[in-house]
Design a protein around this ligand. Sequence first.
Ligand SMILES: [Fe+2]
Length: 385
Amino acid sequence: MNDLKTFKFNYGGTILYFGPESTERIRDHLEGKKKALIVTGKRSAKESGALSDIEKILDELHIERKIYDGVRFNPTVEIVEEIIGEMRSLGADFLIAIGGGSVIDSAKLASVAYVEDRKPEEYLKGYARASKHLFLVAVNLTHGTGTEIDRYAVATITRTREKLGTAVAYPDVSVDNPKYMISLSKNQTLFTSLDALYHALESSVSPASNVLVRDLSRTAIEKIISYLKKSVENPKDLEARYMLLYASMLAGVAIDMAGTSIIHGLEHGLSGVVPNLEHGAGLAIIGPELFKLLYRTKPQEAWEAMRALDPTLRPNKEDAERAGESILKFQRSVGFSLTLSDYGFNDRKLREAIDVAWPLFQSRLMPELPEIGKEEIFSILKALL
Ligand SMILES: [Fe+2]
């Protein structure tokens, strides 16, 4: 059994408590607070036990609260606006987001738009830059997004179906408690960890990558390889959950420093057009093929992270094909074998998704990547139907 101690980690603007005793540690940060809006989805906050743990703390501190439980995955700006409406009607002096990426991201956007009296869309479109936010506590319920430790929030503009990510705010205090991960379903376990895997892989090759980003990424990948299968086979394995959560947190720091790449750029188009596509599943379907392009372009950087996954790889572009195949093999070994057709994609929807994703895809291009057009991307994705 590994050391599963609770520790405190300061990064960006966040004080993160990580480990089995982490929830209790937020108490000191809530002294003097009066009214909390708790933001959650429909089920996980209750099923994980996190909501009752938090309510107990709020009771002890005599903090009034209201619960908004309307966040769903792939959240929209309308959801963020509903949260802002609830904050106003309560007169909230802080927010507690209890959930995965969708919940925490929606709360981040609301915390900024509420204080600055702007529309969430303005931040997503880049018309406004966030500079202040309402105090935000994030109780993370998945081992995937890393949003509990990064600045980013992703939401969809319903009108245009653009799923956009932007830097808004670090949570002030975050909780990564592995016991809350035990109630994740098999698919959630897989999809969220595969999201973390692509954060690690993509941040390693992004233009802003550096040795720290790649070391964090390699460690994250090592943990995912060692513990994802264990966690799928035995969901209650707390050590496996702790390590997967640790991996996703490290990969969250890596993307906060270096950003993601074309795989995330394209995936946001796919799940913008087909909202029932889970983000991690979308990445895992298109990732192995697209990572070949990235490995070919940045073989040294890609190898530094990838060698955890396949020690036989060499840092040269001739191994790009094998690198993609190794990712695919790993994904199959943990039970992931979905395709784009499983989510109802056809030629028409693929073209729509490429159009929607195109600005985002292009924003993630790096100078070393060979020229790549919509038709080429279409044929890559069509082969994945
Ligand atoms: Fe992601």
